[in-house]
Design a protein around this ligand. Sequence first.
Ligand code: NAD
Length: 487
Amino acid sequence: MLQTLNSRSFADPAVHAQGLYINGQWEEGTGIPVVNPSTGEVLAHVADAGVEDAMRAVDAAHAAAAQWRATSSRQRSEILRRWFQLMTEHAEELAMLISLENGKALPDARGEVSYAAEFFRWYAEEATRIPGEYRHTPSGSHKILVDHEPIGIAVLITPWNFPAAMATRKIGPALAAGCTVILKPASETPLTAYAMARLGEEAGVPSGVVNVLTTRDPGPVVNAMLADPRVRKLSFTGSTGVGRTLLAEAAKTVVSCSMELGGNAPFLVFDDADLEAALDGAMIAKMRNAGEACTAANRFYVQAGIHDAFVAGLTKRMAALKIGPGTDKETQCGPMITQKAVQKIDQLVTNALQRGARATTGGAPLAGSGYFYPPTVLENVPADADIAFEEIFGPVAPVYKFETDDEAIRLANDTEYGLAAYIYSRDLKRAMRVGKALESGMLGINRGLMSDPAAPFGGVKQSGLGREGGVTGILEFMEAKYYAVDL
Ligand code: NAD
């Protein structure tokens, strides 16, 4: 067991700021400041990896690969299960760490830790159920056997908004499949990743199977890894813009890509919806992580008959939220990740207000230390305002009025994204009909939360490629091998 696990508080940022984790070794380094967005203060510094460090990580992942893929799936399962248990035992400290470096309110951070740990439990179970096939050819000439093999070394790149869950959603299936990995977390939130690596070590993950490196300059570092023929998988979660760049880079060595990209989720409320349920769902879909979620409701389309009551109810609930540092017990809405994020939200809201929208609560950034934007509701937003097409990634709810189902579907689909969508209606047939017409990888029907490790998570259009979680998530880290067999 690592000394630090017992000797100092696991939630202390300094404990996890010791540098890169390569081949089971912790290396010194201090190049990247990690800032607490609630205060603007520096929490700790972590190492700034260069291309050489990345290549050492690939060497380590390669050296560990043969032995790891040869382990029984039961062994891999048990390691993941222990990792799940350790995350659960350290849940409160991990939540505190997430809240410190990301700013999210503690209840959101606790929810994330639980969600994140569940990916290890789920993939501990899935590791022992890797499917194969046996088929007859139609001609009768031979038999078809299909095996699934680990794809090889996987580079995992994660965003800052779910520092624990986006990592476990990739590490879990990769390890279950028999792959070794290099995780590159976002430089805004590296401490959680390093903390989890410590727990992985404690759970018995062999040296080199999981490597973690942080860098200020991800382009060259990631490109160098993708150019190495030993790397066969890129699993990326982040913005659509960076995803496009990485797809182009991966094309050079034809690396298999899974892409979990941006979203612009429509939230449809029909006249026949249960208003209170729709408001409850709206608050979850909008305000989980203060709106910093890829599945966050980004556009509220509300039918004319229920529109005014919905706006009034949402305004009341949003205005009542307690804003403050993520780690404060009372806080319901923490800060944004950076000042730049606040500026982007401000620009989108200002543009909407100039185009005729009205803020029924909020509507301007908050002064003082920390990166705060207040919960905001906008009504009378023009359908072609900038805010309708861009990820807000903040606590702003623009509401648009519609008359007919067809109009709602047309407006909802008017985006390059297709990750999540929400529908509130008491008429399930109508909800399913509208749901079928929506271009979206995931649909919440009378539910404001859809994330579940047992379900396939992912988007259509420019929201991504592939699915994480569910029964197919493990196959993203495997290749099918077909044996033509003459029995
Ligand atoms: P981002 O695209 O800026 O960064 C994501 C990761 O990519 C970070 O680790 C970053 O360091 C790295 N990166 C940036 N430029 C790179 C480059 N040129 N080469 C290699 N790596 C590079 O995204 P973000 O701001 O950290 O996260 C927010 C975005 O993530 C939003 O668009 C959100 O919708 C999306 N997201 C999607 C999902 C999903 O499951 N679909 C989940 C969470 C977040």
